[in-house]
Design a protein. Sequence first.
Lengths: 346, 314
Amino acid sequence: MAPRILSYVEAVREAADQEMARDGRVVVFGLDVDDPKCIQGTTKGLLEKYGSGRVFGTPLSEDAMTGAAIGMALAGLRPIHVHIRMDFLMLAMNQLVNVAAKSRYMYGGQVHVPLVVRSMIGKSWGQGAQHSQGLYSFFMHVPGLKVVAPTTPHDAKGALIAAIRDDDPVMYVEHRILHFEKGPVPEEEYVVPPGKARVAAAGRDVTLVGISQMLLECLKAREELQAVGIDAAVIDPVWLAPLDIDTITESVRETGRLLVVDNGWTMCGAGAEIVAQVTERLQGQREIRVKRMGFEPVTCPPTPALEERYYPNGHTIAAAAHALVKGSTDWAPVRPEQDIQFRGPF
Amino acid sequence: MHARLYRAIYRIRRVEEEVARVYPTDRIKSPVHLSIGQEAVSVGVCDALQPDDVVFGSYRSHAYYLAKGGDLPAMVAELYGKATGCAKGKGGSMHLVDVAHGVMGASAVVGTTVANAAGYAYAVKLREEKRIVVSFFGDGATDEGVFHETLNFAALKALPLVFICENNHYAIHTHQRLRQKSTDVCARARAYGMPAERIEDGDVVKIREKVAAARAALIAGEPGPFFFECLTYRWKEHVGPGEDYHLGFRDKLEATPWIEGDEMRRVAALVAPAERARIEQEVEDEVAAALAFAESSPFPPADELYADVFGGGR
C-alpha cells in the first residue's frame, strides 16, 4: 500500500489532535489558535473536539501568557503555546529563559516544566524585518531548553509528539514555507526523539548540514553538485538541542568538508556551534575544511530585489560546496528564476 | 487564633534576626531580602489558606515561605548552600520552594511569578479543584508590564486567584511616587475588572479575615480574582542584614510609626503571658535546631552540578 501523504500543516494538526485525545492534560493556546484560520490550519478542529477550556485564544500578552503556560505546566498540565511568528517570542524571553529553562534546576528537582512553545519563521513575499527571524540559537544557548526545527511532515508530527511527551520545555520551530511541504506521514502515533539527526542523503565528498527550510535548499544544491560530479551528503539535525553532533561528525570524518547552512545569521549561530563542535572532535585526527552560510548580516528586506540576495539558496550553496571541494571559486550553477513556492496575498 | 498568629509572626522575625546575626560570618552565601516588619501580611494571608492551596512569590520570600508551611531547616540549609536545602543549594534565598506545602517558587526578576500564579490557577479551574492560588508581589511589580497583562487574563478567565500586593513603598531605593503618576494600585486592579481593597494598617487579623472571605467566595464558585493591597514597611535594607536610612533616600521618621506600631508586639499583647513565653521558647528551640541542622549539613557533592538540568539527569 502506498504511504499516506500529508502536508506539514496536517501533520502538526494531527500530532496535537492525537496527543490531546490520548492525554487530557494537553492544552493548546495562543493568539488566534481558535480563530477561523486556525494558525494556517494547524489547530483546525481542536476547539470543536476538546472545548474552550483546552483550546483558547489569548489576549496579546506574550509575556504573561508564557508565564501562565509555565504555571499550567507546574500544575501538571502539558501546555502547547502557539506563536504565529518566532519574532514575537522576544516578548516572552524573561519567562522562557529565567523561569521555564531554570525551574527544574533552581528548585532542586522539585518541579518540572513540560511546556511546548510552537513558533514560525516567515520568509518571502515581504515578510521583512520582524516576520522572518530564525532566532533558535538564542534558546540553544540556555541550559534547560530543548530546541527542535523539523523539516519534513514526518518529522513535524513525530517531533511534536516527542515535545509534548517531554517533561522539559521544548521550543518547537516551524518554517512558514515548510507548511506547504507534503510527504509520507504514518497515521499511528510515533516520536522523533530528541538528540537524533537524520541523514537526508548520503555522500562522500562534502557534508551539507541544512537547518529547517535550508535543508530543502541543500537538497537542491546536492542535485546541482551531482551534475558536476560532486557527491554531497545532506544532514538534517532535526533537534538543535540536544544536538546529535556524532552523526554530523561521522559524515565529516568521511568527507573532510563541512558546510552548515543556517536559517539565521551566522554570528554566534547554530552553524557556528556545529562547526566548532565538529572541529573540536576531528582536530588532530583529520584535516577538514569548514564553512558557514546563513542570512546576510543585515535586517531582512521585504523587497524581492534585495530579499533574494539575503538568503542562501540551492545555487549559492552549491557554489560554496564546490569551492570547498575544488578549492576554487570559479564555478557557479546557472541561476534560474526565483524558485520559492509561496504566493500572496498573505 | 491570636496565639497561632503570634507564633507565626514571631517565628519569621526570629528566623530572620538569626539570619542577620549569622550573616557577617559569611557562612550564609546568598543575598537575603529580609521581611522584618512585613511579616503580618504573609501570616494573615497564609493563615486563611488550606494546605493544598498554593502560593507564588518574590525574592523577599522568607516570610510567605514560612507562613505557608515551608520547611524551616530546609530553608536555612538552602541559605547555607547545603545539600539538605529545599533546592539542594541550587536555588538560594531568592528561589525558596516547598511543593509539598504549596510553596511553588519565587523569582529574582520582579513581577515574573505573577503570571505563573495565573497559569496555575487556570489549571485549578480547568480541573474544577476546590483550592486557590495566591500571588504575592511588591509595589515594584505593579510597574511591570507582566503585572498588567496578568491581571487582564486573570479577570478574563475569572481565575481562583488572590493577588496580594505587599506595598512597602520602595523598589530598592526608589519610592512608589517617583515611579508612578497614580499610586492607586487598587484603582488599576479594578480597571481590569476585579474587586480590590487596600488594607492600610497591617492588621494581621483583618488581613486574615479579608483573604478568608475571598477564599470562601472562590471555593463557592464566585468568579475571581480578588485583589488586596496591604500597606507595610521594610525595616531593613533592600538586600542584606543591615539598615539603609544613612543612604538618605528615606527618613527614619517615616519608619517610626511602623516600628512603634509593630504588629508583632500588638498581637503579642493579645496572648496570655504564660502562653506567650511557651511559644517563644518553642520557637527559639526550633530556630536553633534549624541553624544547627544547616551548619552540620554537608555541601552538595560535585556531581550535583549536572543534576536536574533536564529530567533523567545530564
